[in-house]
Ligand binder design. Structure first.
Ligand SMILES: Nc1ncnc2c1ncn2[C@@H]1O[C@H](COP(=O)(O)OP(=O)(O)O)[C@@H](O)[C@H]1O
Ligand SMILES: [Mg+2]
Length: 239
């Protein structure tokens, strides 16, 4: 049985600049062999619809930990995280996973594509999980790949593509359900300047054209410079 994906809400337009997400007093610690490691101490910030925010900070400063919490892959130890009007920290796994699937797209430094599947099939994965019928899924995946300049690579497998091309497949996959929030963890870290520029063009375009919020972790000053705002993580605190 399959269910149609609802049309994107009218609220998700570039004109709507209300906060899509807000974290307040967020902390995260890990217990490692009985010792507590405090990673995030006190993070408070908002991201508006249509806004592009870069998160910067030294290696080990907690950027990926923060991004995983924003992506509902992890929970804070304390504090609140409100996404699309819903305070998420007390929700059960079912609700969290639905919010994540419908509202959040991820891009990682290492692409994380399925090696044994074509570009087209990779882009279709979130739509399989979202119950989109097979024909709609294929045509939408083709459109998405065309929009990132890979219309001639639909049947290529990841190992037949360059790093920049693989990341464009990963980006098309992240966009397939038109998420209100796009999270990218060092998406250009493994790419040359030209590919990196293309990925940033597409992320910025998503914010401009559809009012998506984009949070991108980066080491690259060129990437950070193109964001609307930079949040720096220093010793587990945002500033
Ligand atoms: N699951 C975990 N268990 C224990 N320590 C962790 C875990 N995840 C991250 N850490 C630690 O938290 C710190 C921040 O990690 P991370 O968020 O990956 O930093 P960044 O992405 O800024 O390089 C590191 O010291 C890391 O070892
Ligand atoms: Mg990291």
């Amino acid at each position: 049985m399959s269910v149609d994906v609802p049309a994107p809400e009218a609220a998700r337009t570039p004109a709507d600049t209300s906060a899509l997400l807000r974290v307040e007093g967020l902390t995260r610690h890990f217990m490692v062999s009985g010792t507590r490691i405090d990673v995030l101490h006190d993070c408070t910030f908002e991201v508006a619809r249509g806004e592009v925010v870069a998160i910067v900070g030294q290696s080990g400063s907690g950027k990926s930990t923060l991004l995983n919490i924003l992506g509902l892959l992890d929970k804070p130890s304390s504090g609140t995280y409100t996404f699309d009007g819903v305070e998420t920290t007390r929700l059960g796994e079912g609700r969290r996973s639905r919010l994540r699937g419908e509202g959040i797209g991820f891009v990682f430094q290492q692409f994380h594509l399925l090696e044994r599947r074509s570009a087209l099939a990779n882009v279709g994965v979130p739509m399989v999980l979202g119950g989109v019928p097979v024909l709609r899924r294929r045509s939408r995946a083709r459109e998405l790949l065309e929009s990132v300049g890979l219309g001639h690579r639909l049947n290529s497998h990841p190992h037949q593509l360059s790093g920049g091309e693989q990341q464009r497949v990963a980006l098309a996959r992240a966009l397939s359900r038109e998420p209100a929030l796009i999270l990218a963890d060092e998406p250009t870290g493994a790419l040359d300047a030209a590919s990196s520029g293309m990925i940033m063009d597409e992320l910025l375009g998503q914010a401009e054209r559809r009012g998506a919020a984009v949070v991108v972790v980066t080491h690259d000053p060129k990437v950070a410079k193109r964001a609307d705002r930079v949040v720096e993580l220093v010793e587990g605190r945002t500033r």
